[in-house]
Design a protein around this ligand. Structure first.
Ligand code: MD3
Ligand code: FE
Length: 244
């Protein structure tokens, strides 16, 4: 039997997408109360490690998720969501805005961090609740410079990529999922190779640090309408980063 925290963890191998819990596929062994897999390790009922990504499932309860959505409405009121252009001239399907000292931008000049929203307004401050999660799971020493807010509507996805626009990769990246479930794919330090996928659900928080900081990752699809958190459906993902 797979550990409960491994529900929805998949690995893409030669035979395609298979649940890690399937007996024919797994070599779980018990070790000091932890369940090990080739690459997925369960820390406790709610925390699972995959390829250096620490996934805290259900870290935020429903009330905390709803309060966070309210904070993000205020962020989007000052700095409206927009569809960035890729440097190749195609609009991204994911809509974005940011909070903090920097916001992440993409246009025909490339990807970069900027101090103002494209409309010429400052990015709003990062909501206190988000900073509290950061202090809890990443660091008390400093706050993140950027909280990127991604919105995935029906059919939106994000291709496999690395996050490497930041100055210091020693700082972890924190991700918070809200709303509809998203299928998160985790690859390797270089493009290609075998990948593993996990459904991220509303309230899940992921910390990407150490060797995982430069791992390729993406969102293959969302399960539109799977959560009742956002009235109109869709998925919000927050990523907090130290930029410089
Ligand atoms: C791994 N966002 O904004 S969050 C992104 O769900 C991004 O919106 C996805 O990838 C989303 O760049 C995935 C998980 C994530 C975020 C940052 C990372 C994984 C990461 C940075 C380094 C390595
Ligand atoms: Fe990313």
């Amino acid at each position: 039997m797979a550990h409960p925290a491994l529900r929805g963890v998949y690995r893409q191998g030669a035979t395609g997408l298979q649940a890690l819990g399937a007996f024919r596929f797994c070599n779980f062994r018990l070790n000091r109360g932890h369940i090990f897999n080739e690459s997925a390790m369960v820390m406790d009922m709610e925390t699972v490690d995959i390829r250096g990504f620490r996934i805290h499932r259900g870290f935020l309860d429903r009330a905390a998720q709803a309060a966070l959505v309210e904070d993000l409405r205020a962020v989007a009121a000052q700095a409206p969501m927009f569809s960035p252009m890729t440097p190749y001239g195609k609009p991204m399907r994911v809509k974005m805005t940011s909070a903090g000292k920097y916001g992440w931008m993409s246009d025909r000049h490339g990807y970069r961090y900027v101090t103002q929203h494209p409309y010429g307004v400052d990015w709003p401050p990062i909501p206190e609740q988000v900073l509290a999660i950061w202090r809890n799971l990443v660091s008390n020493a400093r706050a993140p410079d950027c909280c990127l807010v991604n919105y995935y509507g029906e059919g939106a996805r994000m291709g496999m990529h690395q996050d490497r626009d930041e100055a210091d990769f020693a700082w972890s990246v924190l991700s918070v999922s809200l709303g509809d479930a998203g299928l998160f794919r985790i690859g390797n330090p270089t493009r290609g190779g075998k990948t593993e996928s996990i459904w991220l659900e509303s309230g899940d928080v992921v910390v990407m640090g150490g060797d995982a900081r430069l791992t390729y990752h993406g969102i293959d699809k969302i399960r539109f309408g799977s959560s009742s958190l956002l009235e109109k459906g869709g998925r919000i993902n927050l990523t907090c980063r130290v930029v410089d």
